[in-house]
Design a protein around this ligand. Structure first.
Ligand SMILES: Cc1ncc(COP(=O)(O)O)c(C=O)c1O
Length: 438
């Protein structure tokens, strides 16, 4: 009998025993093509450079508390991230995962406004159908009703505007551009409703991951969002925890949209699964306000800036940049899109095939014409997850796509090292899994 407290008490899980490139291997020797449990593995499971970096760092110095010492890998990683980071992002605050990054971002936004003499700024606006993590602050920002519901009485009050979800929410006759402007303008309306001097930040995923299934915004949306934030002095926090670190074809996902945030959150692909690590990057202006004010950010966890975690991430980012892997994610992602379209483009129950780079999704519907979702009681996403595992494929099906309850999608986020024949293997296995369920 196990003493591990699992995610689901009724599931029986295989034991992960090994990893080789894009495959996970269980204790019976069975191989699973890892196409994105949660979009972590960008380099596959046996990257020699990252493994070596971890081993060498543990041997040199495993831990030194950041209240007393900094470390070489943390310094080098911060330099490297800032070299590539968009806009005037200038400082990196290391944490141990995505929720810690978004949580820190929310607190930094608040402290920035205290340091600059605007204590009335306290509201965070985010979007419906978003996910920013599971700690209470991050969950408050998230806009997925199912994830929030049971903790609702404990959440911080934050408000949510519409996502930019063209497939389901653009009205007939409306152009993509006009739709994007309309939903971006909801931000301005919400700022005015709350009182412009009271809003501190808008938090958004550049490409929505877990809750919508690889949904990028339409052209012009983020330009308008940036304009609105600038007009009202609202900090733009981009959550690139899932879509960042090269997954969408750019090291930073917002590079595609040609805008830069004031605060940016990354995790998942930053450690590529070799170590738990996340980071919050902020602009020089925000850092200077803290520096010239109280001099310290009133936050922190024991393991921030962990030498082994930062050494692993340093090796990961070096791999990503020196091998131009984000560009490869772009090229292989286009190939995956073509394969998905040729296999599922006419499927009666697949309404949309979307995404950017190696961050793709299929949205499942009961009727392609009306785009009506399946009855949630059918549990389509959960069944596909199980069927895909049985086929030797790890992907990320999720339900509640439309409103937290209705809708299903399958998210695909393979490692950037994936080869063409493995893309075919992915589509074949997914096809068999979907066919067995629907
Ligand atoms: C966009 C986004 N933000 C935050 C998080 C939370 O990250 P973590 O699970 O590492 O705490 C996730 C996790 O899926 C995510 O997708």
């Amino acid at each position: 009998m196990s003493h591990v407290f699992p995610r689901h008490t009724k599931s029986e899980l295989p034991i992960a025993a090994g990893g080789e490139g894009c495959y996970l291997i269980d204790s019976t020797g069975r191989r699973y093509l890892d196409c994105g449990d949660a979009a972590v593995s960008c380099l596959g499971h046996s990257n020699a450079a990252v493994v070596k970096a971890v081993q060498e760092q543990v041997e040199q110095i495993a831990f030194a508390h950041t209240g007393f010492m900094t470390s070489e890998p943390a310094e080098a990683l911060a330099d490297l991230l800032i070299e590539y980071a968009p806009g005037d992002l200038d400082r990196v605050y290391f944490v141990s995962g995505g929720s810690e990054a978004t949580e820190a971002a929310i607190k930094l936004a608040r402290q920035y406004y205290l340091e600059t003499g605007q204590p009335e700024r306290r509201h965070v606006i985010a979007r419906r159908q978003s996910y920013h993590g599971n700690t209470l602050g991050a969950l408050s920002a998230g806009g997925n009703e199912w994830r929030r519901a049971q903790f609702a009485p404990m959440l911080i009050e934050m408000t949510h505007i519409a996502p930019c979800y063209e497939y389901a929410e653009k009205t007939e006759g409306e152009s993509s551009f006009d739709y994007g402007q309309r939903v971006a303008n909801e931000l301005e309306a919400e700022i005015l409703r709350l009182g412009p001097g009271t809003v501190m930040a808008f938090m958004v995923e550049p490409v929505v991951g877990a809750t919508l299934g690889a949904v990028p915004a339409v052209e012009g949306y983020f330009t308008r969002i940036r304009e609105i934030c600038d007009k009202y002095g609202v900090l733009l926090i981009l959550d690139e925890v899932m879509c960042g670190m090269g997954r969408t074809g750019h090291l930073f996902a917002c590079d595609h949209d040609g805008i830069a945030p004031d605060i940016l959150c990354i995790a998942k692909g930053l450690g590529a699964g070799y170590q738990p690590i996340g980071a919050m990057l902020c602009s020089g202006r925000i850092y200077d306000a803290i520096c010239e004010g109280s001099g310290f950010f009133q936050h922190g966890h024991t393991y921030i800036g962990h030498p082994v975690a930062t050494a692993a991430a340093l090796a990961v980012v070096r791999e990503l940049t020196s091998r131009d892997l984000p560009a490869r994610a772009g090229v292989m992602g286009d190939k995956l899109q073509t394969l998905l379209e040729s296999r599922f483009g006419q499927h009666p129950n697949i309404g949309d095939i979307r995404g950017r780079g190696l961050f793709r999704a299929l949205e499942l519907v009961s009727d392609r014409e009306t785009k009506a979702p399946f009855d949630p009681s059918r549990g389509v996403a959960a069944s596909i997850k199980k069927a895909a595992m049985a086929e030797g494929l790890i992907c990320y099906p999720m339900s509640g796509t439309r409103d937290g309850r209705n809708g299903d999608h399958v998210l695909l986020a393979p490692p950037f090292i994936i080869e063409e024949e493995q893309l075919t293997e992915l589509v074949d296995k997914l096809d068999r899994a979907i066919t067995s369920v629907i």
